[in-house]
Design a protein around this ligand. Structure first.
Ligand SMILES: Nc1ncnc2c1ncn2[C@@H]1O[C@H](COP(=O)(O)OP(=O)(O)OP(=O)(O)O)[C@@H](O)[C@H]1O
Ligand SMILES: [Mg+2]
Length: 299
C-alpha cells in the first residue's frame, strides 16, 4: 500500500475497546501502511498527539471519536502552519457523531478508516471562539447546551445518540430563556433567547437539525435563534422539524458577537465554554478534511 503516506489515528479512550478498529488497523498495517495509533485519556491529549504528527511524518491525522474528539484534533490542526498541516480524517466512535452523520461519513469503522485514508481532501471552514477555542460543527447555547453538557456519560454509553433526545425531553422543565445581545455585520438582536445555534454544520444534540442551511465550505456561519415569545409545544415542534416560524430568527454571518449580562454556557461541539462575551469568527478554508462524494455539508 505504498500509495499511502504515513497516518496517525487518534482514538478517544472511550472508544478504544472497539474490536473492528483493531482488526482494520491490523489489516492496513499488513498491507504495508504505516499507521500510528494514539489513545486519549483526557482533554488536551489529542492536541499533543497532533503536535507529534510531524515527527511521525503523518500527512493524515484521523480523529477516532465523537464531535468533541474531532473538535480537538481540528483545532490543533488549524493552529499549525499551512505548509505543515496534515489532512483531517474522521472515524466516528462517539455517541451521537452529529458531524460525521451530517457528512455521510460511514459509521462502520472499516469503511470510515478507508475514507479517512483515501477520500478526497476538501478545504473546509472552522469557527474560532474568543482567543483559543474552535468548533467544526456547532455552538449551542440554551436548551441544546443543557442536553449536551448534562447528558450523563452512562446514559450515552447505554443508549447512544438517542440519549440526547430522551435526556432533553426529561429536562424540558429546566428550559430557561437567556437574555443576550447578538451583533454581526448588518445584524443586531437583543432579547430573551431559548436556544442559540451557531452552525458550521447542520445538526447537533443527536440529530437535531438546528442550522439546516449551514455548509462547511461557504465561508459563513448560520445563526439560528429560538426566542422566548413562542409557547413551548410550538417551539419544540419547530425545533425538531426545522420549519420556519415567527419566533425563529435566522442569519448567515461571517462573524458575530454575543454579550450577556450574566454568565452563559455555550457548547462547542459538545464541550462547554462559559462566559459573558463571545466573539465567534469563521475561518474560511482553515483545514482540509477527507469527505465522501455525497457529503451533504458541501456547497
Ligand atoms: N479516555 C477517556 N475517557 C473519557 N473521556 C475522555 C477520554 N479521552 C478524552 N475524553 C474526553 O471525551 C470528550 C470528547 O468525547 P466525544 O465528543 O469524542 O465523544 P461523545 O461525547 O461520546 O460523542 P458525541 O459528541 O459525538 O456525542 C472530551 O471532553 C475529552 O476530554
Ligand atoms: Mg461529545
Amino acid at each position: 500500500m505504498s500509495q499511502y503516506t504515513p497516518a496517525l489515528l487518534i482514538i478517544n479512550g472511550k472508544g478504544a475497546g472497539n474490536e473492528e478498529i483493531r482488526s482494520s488497523v491490523k489489516q492496513l498495517r499488513d498491507e504495508g501502511l504505516t499507521l500510528h495509533v494514539r489513545v486519549t485519556w483526557e482533554q488536551g491529549d489529542a492536541a499533543r498527539f497532533v503536535a507529534e504528527a510531524s515527527q511521525l511524518g503523518a500527512k493524515t491525522v484521523i480523529a477516532g471519536g465523537g464531535d468533541g474528539t474531532i473538535n480537538e484534533v481540528a483545532a490543533a490542526l488549524a493552529q499549525l502552519p499551512a505548509a505543515k498541516r496534515p489532512t483531517l480524517g474522521i472515524v466516528p466512535l462517539g455517541t451521537a457523531n452529529d458531524f460525521a452523520t451530517a457528512c455521510n461519513i460511514p459509521l462502520a469503522p472499516e469503511q470510515a478508516l478507508q475514507l479517512a485514508l483515501k477520500g478526497r481532501a476538501v478545504p473546509i471552514d472552522l469557527a474560532k471562539v474568543n482567543e483559543d477555542r474552535y468548533f467544526i460543527n456547532m455552538a449551542t447555547g440554551g436548551f441544546g447546551t443543557r442536553i449536551t453538557t448534562e447528558t450523563p456519560e452512562k446514559l450515552k454509553a447505554v443508549l447512544g445518540g438517542v440519549s440526547y433526545f430522551i435526556h432533553g425531553l426529561l429536562r424540558l422543565d429546566a428550559l430557561k430563556a437567556e437574555r443576550c445581545e447578538i451583533r454581526g455585520p448588518d445584524f443586531r438582536w437583543s432579547g430573551d433567547a431559548l436556544v442559540i445555534g451557531i452552525g458550521n454544520g447542520k445538526q447537533a444534540g443527536g440529530g437535531q437539525k438546528l442550522c439546516p442551511n449551514a455548509l462547511i465550505n461557504d465561508g459563513l456561519l448560520q445563526l439560528r435563534l429560538l426566542t422566548a415569545e413562542e409557547l413551548l409545544p410550538t417551539l419544540i415542534s419547530t425545533l425538531f422539524s426545522g420549519e420556519a416560524n415567527s419566533s425563529v430568527i435566522d442569519a448567515s454571518l461571517p462573524w458575530l458577537e454575543i454579550h450577556a449580562p450574566h454568565e452563559l454556557t455555550f457548547n462547542l461541539d459538545g464541550e462547554p465554554l462559559k462566559g459573558e462575551h463571545f466573539r465567534i469568527e469563521l475561518l474560511p478554508n482553515a483545514i482540509e478534511c477527507r469527505l465522501p462524494p455525497n457529503c451533504e455539508l458541501l456547497d
